[in-house]
Design a protein around this ligand. Structure first.
Ligand code: G3P
Length: 218
C-alpha cells in the first residue's frame, strides 16, 4: 500500500521525505487555506512537487465543467506530477473524461458510495478518494466502502486506484490495508502515531540501561 500525506504543510512533508515512506501528497482547499500565510497557493503546490517524487494532488474549485477543465489544465501545467482533484458531480465527471483525453491524471474526491467509484472509474479517473472518517462520523462503516470498491475494481480489472481518505487514526490505516486500499492518505499526526508503541520505547530504554553496565563501546 502506498502512503500519501494529506497536508499542504511543506515542513511536515519535508520531515518525512527522507524516510522514503511517503509516495505522494493530497491537498484540498481546506488544507491549502490553512497554509495561506505562505502566499500564492500555486507556489505551495510547486514547492510540494519539488520535495516529493510522486503524485501531488491539487483540487479545482469551479463547479461547471468549463471552469473545472480550465482550472485543471492550469494546475496540470504547474508540474508533471500534478493530479487534478475533481469532486464527484456530473459536471465533474465531464471534466474527468476531458482531462483523461488530454492525458492528465485525475482523482475523484468526496466519494461516499461504490456506485460513485464505478462512475468515476468509467469516466477515466486515475484515483478515487472515498472519505472513510466522514462515513464513520455518520454511523456508517467507512472501511466497508473501501472493501466494496477494491472488490468491484478487481472483478473487472479496473486500473483506477482506491485512495482511502479522511483517515483519522492508525487503526483506520490498518483497516484500509486489510481491505486492500491501493493508497492511504493520512494527516501527519496519524503517520507519526503509526511509529509508536510503548513497548518499543520501554525495550530501547532497557537495552541502553543494560549496555551501560558493560562499559563497552561499539
Ligand atoms: O483526504 C480528505 C481529508 O482531508 C478530509 O479529512 O478529516 O476533514 O474528513 P476530514
Amino acid at each position: 500500500m502506498k502512503f500519501f500525506l494529506d497536508t499542504a504543510n511543506v515542513e511536515e512533508i519535508r520531515e518525512y521525505q527522507e524516510l522514503g515512506i511517503v509516495d505522494g501528497v493530497t491537498t484540498n482547499p481546506t488544507l491549502l487555506a490553512k497554509e495561506k500565510h505562505r502566499g500564492d497557493f500555486r507556489d505551495v503546490v510547486k514547492e510540494i512537487c519539488s520535495i516529493v517524487d510522486g503524485p501531488v494532488n491539487a483540487e479545482v474549485i469551479g463547479e461547471s465543467h468549463g471552469q473545472m477543465f480550465e482550472e485543471g489544465m492550469k494546475l496540470a501545467r504547474l508540474h508533471e506530477n500534478i493530479v487534478v482533484k475533481i469532486p464527484m458531480t456530473v459536471e465533474g465527471m465531464k471534466t474527468v473524461h476531458a482531462l483523461h483525453r488530454e492525458g492528465i491524471h485525475t482523482n475523484v474526491t468526496l466519494i461516499f458510495t461504490a456506485n460513485q467509484a464505478l462512475i468515476a472509474a468509467k469516466a477515466g479517473a486515475r484515483y478515487v478518494s472515498p472519505f472513510i472518517g466522514r462515513l464513520d462520523d455518520i454511523s456508517h462503516f467507512g472501511v466497508e466502502l473501501i472493501r466494496d470498491i477494491v472488490t468491484i475494481y478487481g472483478n473487472y480489472g479496473i486500473e483506477t486506484e482506491c485512495l482511502a481518505a479522511s483517515l483519522r487514526s492508525p487503526t483506520h490505516v490498518v483497516d484500509c490495508a486489510t481491505a486492500g486500499a491501493h493508497i492511504a492518505t493520512m494527516p501527519f499526526a496519524v503517520l507519526e502515531k503509526m511509529f509508536r508503541h510503548p513497548l518499543t520505547d520501554k525495550g530501547i530504554a532497557q537495552f541502553l540501561k543494560d549496555w551501560e553496565t558493560t562499559g563497552a563501546k561499539i
